[in-house]
Design a protein around this ligand. Structure first.
Ligand SMILES: [Zn+2]
Length: 68
């Protein structure tokens, strides 16, 4: 299976969505173990997600939401 299939799955997983049909947790694990590229990609995606979360949290905490 091409990497893109796994990356779609990783991305869905990071969003809290179910894995796309045809990709199982085990397959994903196995591929990540075997494919350094996807491992790096998944790490970067996770870091990006965390940064986005942080930003969102900061913004929510820092700026009082009042109607403009
Ligand atoms: Zn891969």
């Amino acid at each position: 299976m091409p990497c893109i299939r796994y990356r779609t799955a990783i991305s869905a997983h990071a969003d809290g969505n179910p894995l796309p049909p045809g990709v199982t947790d085990l397959e994903l694990e196995t591929h990540l173990t075997a494919c350094p590229d996807c491992r790096r990609w998944s790490k970067r995606l996770r870091a990006l997600r965390e940064a986005t979360e942080d930003l969102r949290r900061h913004r929510r905490a820092g700026t009082p939401s009042k109607p403009v």
